[in-house]
Design a binder for this molecule. Structure first.
Ligand SMILES: CC(C)(COP(=O)(O)OP(=O)(O)OC[C@H]1O[C@@H](n2cnc3c(N)ncnc32)[C@H](O)[C@@H]1OP(=O)(O)O)[C@@H](O)C(=O)NCCC(=O)NCCS
Length: 145
């Protein structure tokens, strides 16, 4: 990663900026991509949302990853880098920071949902050492209150 980028954890006051970054940088949308969803995430685990900022402008968000640890498994979500900042190693640095967090917490394996038609994303995951497990398919059910 270039030296002019810094990593830190996000804070709840940054939720609008996070949603704006995902709207312009993330691939696809998630059922939890709203202010209530991100607020619940940060309340549950204040250290899980890692952001990248220009070193000289720490309020400007240019990359994110959610390093979700539930005490059992390590799940990665919302790996996204602002299009103006791609191919500088930021995505790789975010993944390395997430993995360092998981390792410190006792995690043994990290995983991510990767869209089958997201060739660009797949290259980044493969470069970082991830690969598909074709024997598994995600089974899901939306929950109602
Ligand atoms: C995927 C994404 C996060 C990568 O961020 P990034 O900061 O550009 O990634 P890096 O610079 O760390 O690239 C890491 C490596 O991935 C590969 N890679 C990344 N983007 C690539 C591209 N467009 N073409 C070819 N290889 C690519 C390269 O091997 C690259 O290393 P290199 O630049 O030394 O060759 C970014 O492209 C993005 O936000 N995409 C849209 C959201 C998305 O798809 N997220 C993943 C959801 S599963």
């Amino acid at each position: 990663m270039t030296a002019d980028i810094a990593l830190r954890t996000a804070t709840p006051d940054e939720i609008p900026a996070l949603l704006a970054l995902w709207a312009r940088a993330a691939k696809g949308t998630s059922i939890t991509d709203d202010a209530d969803g991100v607020a619940a995430l940060l309340a549950r685990d204040p250290e899980c949302l890692i952001v990248a900022t220009p070193a000289g402008d720490p309020a400007a968000l240019v990359g994110t990853v959610i390093a979700g640890w539930d005490g059992w498994r390590c799940h990665l979500y919302r790996l996204a880098v602002d299009p103006r900042y791609r191919r500088r190693g930021i995505g790789s640095a975010l993944l390395a920071a997430a993995e360092a967090r998981f390792t410190a917490l006792g995690g043994r394996r990290a995983d991510a949902m990767v869209l089958d038609d997201n060739a660009e994303g797949q290259r980044t995951w493969r470069t970082a050492g991830y690969g598909p497990q074709p024997q598994w398919t995600r089974w899901a059910k939306p929950l109602t209150a």
